[in-house]
Design a protein around this ligand. Structure first.
Ligand code: ADP
Ligand code: MG
Ligand code: ZN
Length: 524
């Protein structure tokens, strides 16, 4: 639902938060994540209005999604199909029969005065999702349910300092978003997470995003609100050092807070970490946590009190009388199951094997968001190692420094494949290839074109290279003696001089070979 300011209460507790170390030394954290995903259907969930993002306010509305009297909703079949696919991909059971329910509340961004949602009869329930953590281990996130509902409209509060309704001069409401299909995916309380709670929260939302993208059911753009996360956090007393121990699981759960609409992976991690340290400070001061929603502030990295929210809020849920129950045919469900793409985690394992990457290399590639790019680059003819070297190294570093997505760097997989080809064929050495990449990034064209235009090529002419080597050897009799005496590492200085003499246009391996062949053939 929308984050309607029903009532306000101070969150209480000290201003300071505990250090993270003290927090996890004294308490056992429990997590619960609610993720809303906006489906990529062409039309809304219960009417034929378009769903495209960014249209002028209130141009994508009709009597149904405006809740005008007498308007009747009709369920979007693709919306149901996407919900089933998501449920199946999350290893859920699919209901044989379920209904929509009215969730009644009054708030202007919901023109019907109720939200069509699902309550005690979700379409999918009781599943799990394995997420890969940075140390290579896996955590199995228990899924409570995935249910269908509709998005609300969007209000803008004008005037006032905070952009919130308090202190605003007036508010505008745009109903274009009202009625867009949403799937809410709710985890069971995640226990046994210990000090990895923030990392697991981030990894779960990331894994879910990858999965939803692979299913093709949503554009999963967190920055546009297609994927939004509410993070529930509580602390309980810690018993011993094993968060998974039986004794620990017997300790009753603490009171949770729900941090709303966290909209990046990094923020999910930060918000969970912050709430843990805040809870710890409140509890350590002998005070109690207020069950409430919290707002996350990206700029300051803190949460502030939202509205008090009890478990038994009275939304007067009742089955939606205007929509027929949903009873997905088992044959349909099985057809959808058979059509599911390879799960991202399995796909990753397969690619790692095919590419021959170590666990560490693969993890770096995944963390850099480079898996798809490497796949496309290899498909365009590059060696897996070459593709990894560029996307996972040089380009990842630059993307990181510029705060950009790897895919938005203006370099295509085809360009990287061509660059790799130039290195593999010996036309470019490492430092030249880097210069060529600079040119590509500067918009000078494809690598081959840049290399030609900048006159970059390894000297292939053995005669010229031999001459350069001989000149350097003649000028450095002391180093030559050292090599002859068995100090092979002295060759490094000679190679450096030859590279300098040839303006970096020689192949270092070849120079080394020439030097050793001349000075000490038996050691080369
Ligand atoms: P709400 O209507 O308040 O959003 P939901 O059932 O949709 O309730 O979601 C509640 C979320 O909070 C679930 O992910 C659940 O696992 C989690 N949760 C419940 N109790 C706790 C707790 N004590 N600590 C942490 N998370 C919890
Ligand atoms: Mg909820
Ligand atoms: Zn409509």
């Amino acid at each position: 639902m929308s984050d309607a300011p029903v009532s306000y209460a101070p969150s209480g507790g000290p201003d300071e938060v505990c250090s993270y170390e003290d927090t996890v030394a004294a308490y056992d954290p429990v997590l619960g994540l609610e993720v809303h995903v906006e489906l990529g259907t062409k039309t809304k969930m219960f009417c034929g209005c378009p769903t495209e993002f960014g249209a002028d306010p209130n141009t994508q509305v009709c009597p149904v999604c405006l809740g005008l009297p007498g308007a009747l909703p009709v369920v979007n079949e693709t919306g149901v199909e996407s919900a089933i696919k998501i449920g199946l991909a999350l290893n859920c059971e699919i209901a044989t029969w379920c209904r929509f329910a009215r969730k009644n509340y009054f708030y202007p961004d919901m023109p019907k005065n109720f939200q069509t949602s699902q309550y005690d009869e979700p379409i999918a329930f009781n599943g799990w999702l394995d997420v890969l953590l940075e140390d290579g281990s896996t955590y199995r996130v228990p899924i409570e349910r995935a249910h269908m509902e509709e998005d609300t409209g969007k209000s803008t509060h004008v005037g006032g300092a905070t952009g919130r309704i308090h202190g605003a001069d007036y508010s505008l409401v745009d109903y274009n978003r009202a009625g867009i299909p949403l799937i809410e995916i709710v985890t069971k309380p995640m226990t046994g997470v210990g000090d990895r709670a923030p990392e697991i929260a981030k990894a779960y939302v990331g894994a879910l995003r990858d999965l939803l993208r692979a299913l093709g059911v949503s554009d999963v753009k967190m920055e546009q609100g297609s994927l939004r996360c509410d993070a529930n956090v509580s602390l309980r007393a810690k018993v011993g050092d094993d968060p998974g121990s039986e004794a620990q699981q017997e300790v009753p759960l603490g009171t949770r807070t729900e941090t709303k609409n966290v909209n990046s992976l990094r923020s999910v991690e930060r918000a969970v970490r912050y709430e843990m340290t805040r809870h710890a400070a409140v509890l350590s001061a002998g005070q109690t946590i207020v069950q409430e929603t919290r707002h996350w502030h990206e700029d300051t990295g803190v949460t502030t009190s939202g509205r008090v929210k009890s478990d038994a809020e009275d939304y007067r849920y009742f089955p939606e009388p205007d929509l027929v129950p949903i009873a997905p045919d088992r044959e349909w469900v099985e057809r959808l199951r058979a059509s599911l793409p390879e799960p991202p985690a399995q796909r990753r394992r397969r690619l790692q094997e095919t590419w021959g990457f170590s666990d560490l290399e693969m993890r770096d590639v995944v963390n850099a968001g480079a898996v798809e790019l490497i796949e496309a680059t290899v498909a365009a003819g590059a060696t897996p190692a070459g593709a990894r070297k560029w996307w996972g190294g040089e380009l990842a570093r630059r993307a990181n420094a510029d705060g950009r997505d790897l895919g938005d760097m203006g370099v295509t997989p085809a360009a990287i494949a061509q660059l790799d080809g130039l290195v593999q064929s010996g036309r470019l050495n490492d430092s030249m290839a880097r210069q060529v990449l600079d040119g590509v990034l500067a918009g000078e064209g494809m690598p081959l074109h840049v290399a030609d235009a900048r006159g970059l090529a390894v000297v292939q002419d053995d005669g010229a290279l031999t001459e350069a080597v001989n000149t350097v050897l003649a000028a450095n009799p002391d180093l030559v003696d050292k090599i002859r005496a068995g100090k092979v590492q002295a060759a490094g200085a000679l190679i450096g001089q030859v590279m300098k003499a040839t303006k970096g246009q020689a192949d270092a391996a070849k120079v080394r070979q020439l030097i050793m062949d001349t000075v000490a053939p038996e050691q080369g």
